[in-house]
Design a protein around this ligand. Sequence first.
Ligand code: ATP
Ligand code: MG
Length: 600
Amino acid sequence: MRLSQMLFVTLREDPAEAEIPSHKLLLRAGYIRRIGSGVYAYLPLMWRVLKKVTQIVREEMDATGAQECLLPQIQPAELWQESGRWDTYTKAEGIMFALKDRQGRELGLGPTHEEVITTVARDTIRSYRQLPLHLYQVQTKFRDEIRPRFGLMRGREFIMKDGYSFHTDVESLRETYAHMYQAYSNILRRSGLTFRAVEADSGAIGGSGSHEFMVLADAGEDEVLYTEDGKYAANVEKAIALPPEAVASAFTKDEIKDTPNANTIEALCQQLDCDATTIVKNVLYQATFDNGQLVLVLVSIRGDQAVNEVKLNNELVKVAADYKAKAILSLTVADADSQSQWAASPIPVGYIGPDLGDKLIQTKPKVANKFLRLADQTVIELKNFVTGANQPHQHRVGANWGKLMPLGKAVDVRKATAGDRALHDSTQLLQTARGIEIGHIFQLGTRYSAALGATFTTEQGEESPLVMGCYGVGVSRLAQAAVEQSHDKDGIIWPVAIAPYHAIVVVPNLKEATQVEAAEQIYQNLNAAGIETLLDDRDERPGVKFKDSELIGIPYRVVTGRSLAQGKVEVVKRADKTSVEVPISELVSTLKAWIAEALR
Ligand code: ATP
Ligand code: MG
């Protein structure tokens, strides 16, 4: 491609709309244009990058025996009602764009395709003989994100590869899952990214049924906790570890003390001269289930610790059936505003004890009349602890679990943090890093097949729900993450495997016929040899051309300059800006060797 004929517009200044380097660079270098909030046009250079990423993804998927298909983006509401996700996706999280057609039928624009694929499976899979089966697609997804930002990182329209596998049993699922783990590692490695596979939250299902593939970068929206020995890495949402040891409480007598204005742990520690690990803190949440039921959840946790709301949410899903519900619509700390909806008298926030009386809840339809009391692991063994006295400005000291101080249901809802001791080796302390989630693999089990009635006949002739797995890679996010990880002050440094072009031939001076001629010839030869090459034949100053080639990040720049007289050209590597003179006769073989080396 000749730059003189290409849609090629670069910007000198950083665009105001962009915060992180990769977003700025993709805009400045003319890869993308913003059309609306979280909605971007992929310009020709970007589209080439995306096609390269997609090709790597396809090769790795096909190598595992997965089959490519293409599913509809317009999805009937009924499918999502059958799976029980319509309300969560359109109301609670509101992530699905929903619309009505001319007949008034409700539709959603696909944010993900479990419902559709399970419907396909229901209609086509009859027997264990057809299993296992793995279908995937590469397609635009739609999600009405609360905070679209960082360009392609969190778009409202983006490209994803999503795959879904079907199995007779969990063992077969695990086998495919292991293959996907390998395939995803290959995809990221081949794309030139440094990444870490981490244990991820898999909802209320639990177990080690889910991994995320994280590209480590400061701009990452996820927090990863890991150990130096490489044996443990998890998303903070899922991470487990040993908290610091608790200090023994100095209080021996169970009594109530005045603690004026001590409504924070810090203030309380100061007033009572005690350690935060001797305190039982009680956090009041309000959960709304999908049937409209409101439940007040009182979580007791050690004073120095924080609640992990993802873990808490999972615990609540586990008890949803007790409230005749299936899912959670919302989970928030019960603030003054929300209390006015259910509290019979003011709640002494900051002074709450685990024994907060159920009488504080108004008798009302759709409001559970008892607190759901949960006790995090960190409080179970505490003795003579400090806790709220259920009166403003008062705390109880020297308290113990018993009849009057009921210990709630034991759960793990603690947020692991950097510095915690690892479970596998307590000398290893957790470290923290930011990560960009590029891929996510997930052992689904029978959640969707059971709900939509997708069954098969087993070898024994029985009907059984299909066991499922699902696997997603953010293709457009991956492309931008590559830039986030690989750039310098002058622009993008594309990994060779996903660069839009391998080489760019720059003619410093269009007025010199020998330069132009040589450049034309080299441009033809390189492309003929399969080296994807641009020709910068614009009538611009050499400085502008060099700057642009660095900004757009093409791996190798060939300059037809002074050394032409000796039958040579200058070749500059974008990554480290080293420059070598290469005889024109050896240019193709040299570049081919470099590219092959980079793709290994
Ligand atoms: P996140 O936690 O970042 O919102 P997710 O867990 O909801 O992502 P999945 O449903 O697991 O995302 O989707 C699979 C992959 O699709 C993600 O790992 C990510 O790479 C990509 N992805 C998800 N949401 C977006 C988005 N809004 N823009 C770009 N890529 C996305
Ligand atoms: Mg995910």
